[in-house]
Design a protein around this ligand. Structure first.
Ligand code: NAP
Length: 244
């Protein structure tokens, strides 16, 4: 049986692992989350040691295909996968869910980075719901605004002086998100364009409450990598290269 390496850490990666029949499936996780949701099949945890380490791993495990199903903001591992696939000739597909799109009634400000999000906030509100992720918090630490910070695991970097920390990982409901915004008198939401249904309720809640959203855009994907946005299309690609 040929080996499929799924670079994981997302719901799409778990769904693909469950459906990639005909392959020996190994999902790789970075090891950041304390209690990760585990996929079907084999799991390995921890970095590979850059593109060279990943290329060595692909050769050693005789990997027949790689699907980069990491989070759209995990850009270092995607660059690493691109370089390692080129070096070894192993076929690579990127599987990234579509980003979110603004709807009538939304008031979004798209920004290119968390630093730009931090700079945009002070003119928009004083009480921020912040869901840009644990690794981005340093960019907001120096601001005097109030932050309702929501992360999956406890942050290890400094937090803004005025904050309330909420550890949670969804899925969330519109009613729950609207209640949180009401309870903390939130007047602006800062988030990143992760896409997907699991965490989209906050956007609907913000629309209903008339709250502006600062949306951090996705980093660019490495050039020349074939990319799909659904698990069905990834399965079709696997069939096309002779498996699943
Ligand atoms: P990153 O900045 O792209 O990666 C940093 C380093 O972590 C990589 O160079 C790699 O180390 C290691 N790494 C990342 N993903 C890996 C994987 N799936 N398997 C093995 N090693 C991995 O990634 P990140 O933003 O820290 O995200 C880490 C993981 O969390 C990703 O797998 C991603 O799918 C998941 N995640 C990220 C976010 C987010 O917002 N960034 C949100 C939800 C889930 P080496 O160079 O040593 O190989």
């Amino acid at each position: 049986m040929r080996t499929l390496l799924i670079l994981g850490g997302t719901g799409e990666a778990r769904a693909l692992a469950a459906r990639a029949a005909g392959w020996r499936v190994v999902t790789s996780l970075a090891g950041r989350v304390r209690d990760p949701r585990l996929p079907e099949g084999e799991v390995r945890v921890g970095g590979f040691g850059g593109p060279e380490g990943l290329a060595r791993w692909l050769a050693r495990e005789r990997v027949g295909a790689v699907v980069d199903a990491t989070h759209p903001f995990a850009s270092r591992i995607s660059a690493s996968a691109t370089a390692a696939a080129r070096a070894t000739g192993v076929p690579l597909l990127a599987l990234h869910r579509p980003g979110w799109t603004e709807e009538p009634g939304d008031d979004w400000r798209r920004v290119p980075s968390v630093e730009a999000a931090a700079a945009a906030l002070s003119t928009l509100g004083g009480r921020v719901m912040l869901t840009t992720g644990r690794q981005s918090l340093a960019a907001f630490a120096g601001l005097g605004l109030f932050f309702l910070v929501r992360t999956v695991d406890p942050p290890s970097t400094p937090l803004p002086a005025r904050h309330h920390l909420l550890l949670d990982r969804g899925p969330y409901t519109v009613e729950g998100e609207a209640e949180l915004m009401r309870e903390h008198a939130i007047d602006v939401l800062a988030t990143k364009d992760s896409g997907g249904a699991m965490t989209a309720a906050k956007l609907v809640a913000a629309r209903r409450r008339g709250i502006p959203v600062v949306m951090v855009d996705r980093p660019p994907m490495p050039d020349g990598v074939r990319s799909v946005s659904t698990v069905d299309k990834a399965i079709a690609w696997l069939r096309g290269i002779g498996g699943a």
